[in-house]
Design a protein around this ligand. Structure first.
Ligand code: G3I
Length: 371
């Protein structure tokens, strides 16, 4: 018995020595390790990805990101297509993926004028519903969805794109029927459904001065009423010539002055000629070949300019990491991007952090080498 113990000790000792001499397995550098001490680094998932079918993309997500947001599967027309029917199938898959991979899960979006189920603001005769009916429908929609994912979805884009660049309110059905009140009501209903969830106002072109001033006023008013507003989402849909970085930085500071955090929620940068600066999905244009100048690949000069702008914005986000709590890209690789079809269908764009071969763009490679 004694000799057996001696033999086991010798084997264990030899194994220990072998391990001790092996070089530690070096963890592959990733965005979440490089940026993890600054802010969450997130990405939107389409349903091919959240259902597990797009494994090449998911390998990137698991390695580089610690937050995910639903690109489309939680939008009203998808998740609540009829007044008495919800379809949680795709949203359940999305949340399950997020939980299985330890992600900070974001729900997008509870109240939005676009992709709104056609029944939401009208009665059976097609006439606009009363303010009381709309309030009840908003409460039921928000409460049903937020309650289902209570404690699992950590943050919600509660209201999306309610303000125009000049600071006026978008003339959505929500605004026409309820006025400004629909916004605080949405935040109230979401908080009642999950008091622990973070709540965000989310919009594009958030460096427009008019929009900035109205959003700051709105957030200050909601917070003064005791409503929970954790962050202002600057979507960050960019082009090669907009937004102006100084204006963008001023807006980061203005939104942070409310006491809310700032999140870059849908970051991408079109490498193509700018035809309009909106992210309002209905503002589309007809195809013209001149507006799709790089159908094969991006010229080096354009790629260098694009990478330099992206690096400059990432450096701006890092500079303000004290108030920026999340940076999320709106898609994994260039082939995923909505920008291939907006504002002009059939263009080939190069707006994201990973290319069509799932390789990191040069500015990302440089970032990864810093760690
Ligand atoms: O899933 C259907 C499919 O069944 C159908 O065959 C196909 C053709 O009609 O449409 C598919 O739905 C499309 C959906 O994307 C999923 O691919 C919708 O038509 C299309 O309108 C939708 O576009 C999305 C757009 O929002 C409108 O919801 C984009 O993918 C998405 O990237 C974009 O994201 C928005 C944010 O939610 C809010 N901020 C602006 C941003 C860009 O518009």
């Amino acid at each position: 018995m004694k000799s057996k113990n001696i033999l086991l000790s010798l084997v264990a000792g030899a194994a220990f020595c072998a391990c001790a001499t092996q070089p530690a397995v070096k963890e592959e550098p990733s965005l979440k390790t490089v940026l993890g001490d600054k802010f969450l680094i997130g990405v939107s998932l389409n349903t091919r990805q959240s259902s597990g079918r797009d494994t090449a993309s998911l390998n990137i997500v698991k390695r580089h990101f610690n937050s995910v947001v639903a690109e489309n599967c939680m939008k009203c027309e998808v998740i609540h297509p009829e007044e008495d029917r919800y379809d949680f199938r795709q949203a359940d898959e999305f949340v399950k993926f997020g939980e299985e991979n330890g992600m900070f899960i974001i729900g997008h979006c509870l109240i939005w004028h676009s992709q709104l189920a056609p029944w939401f603001c009208v009665d059976k005769e097609g006439k606009e519903v009363s303010p009381e009916v709309l309030k009840q429908r908003m409460k039921e929609h928000i409460s049903t969805i937020v309650t289902r994912y209570k404690g699992r979805v950590k943050g919600w884009d509660v209201v999306n794109e309610a303000i125009l660049e000049d600071g006026s309110f978008r003339q959505s059905k929500f605004y026409e029927i309820l006025g400004e009140e629909f916004i605080p009501l949405a935040f109230q209903f979401a908080h009642e459904a999950d008091p622990e969830a973070e709540l965000y106002y989310n919009d594009y072109n958030m460096s427009s001065e008019g929009k900035r001033n109205t959003v700051v006023r709105l957030v200050n008013e909601m917070k003064s009423k005791g409503l929970r507003v954790d962050a202002v989402g600057m979507q960050g849909h960019m082009g090669m010539d907009y937004p102006d970085m100084e204006q963008f930085e001023q807006s980061i500071l203005a939104y942070a002055s409310t006491g809310a955090r700032v999140m870059i929620t849908e970051w991408d940068m079109s490498a193509l000629p700018t035809v309009n600066r909106t992210a309002n999905i209905s503002d589309t244009l007809a195809y013209r070949k001149a507006l799709n100048p790089y159908p094969e690949s991006l010229p080096d000069s354009v790629s260098e300019h694009w990478n330099a702008r992206m690096e400059a914005y990432m450096n701006l986000f890092i500079k303000h990491a004290d108030v920026i709590s999340r940076v999320t890209a709106w898609g994994i690789s260039d082939s995923d991007s909505w920008k291939n079809g907006f504002p002009i269908k059939g263009r080939k764009d190069y707006p994201l952090l990973f290319d069509r071969d799932y390789q990191p763009k040069p500015f990302v490679k440089e970032l990864l080498e810093k760690k």
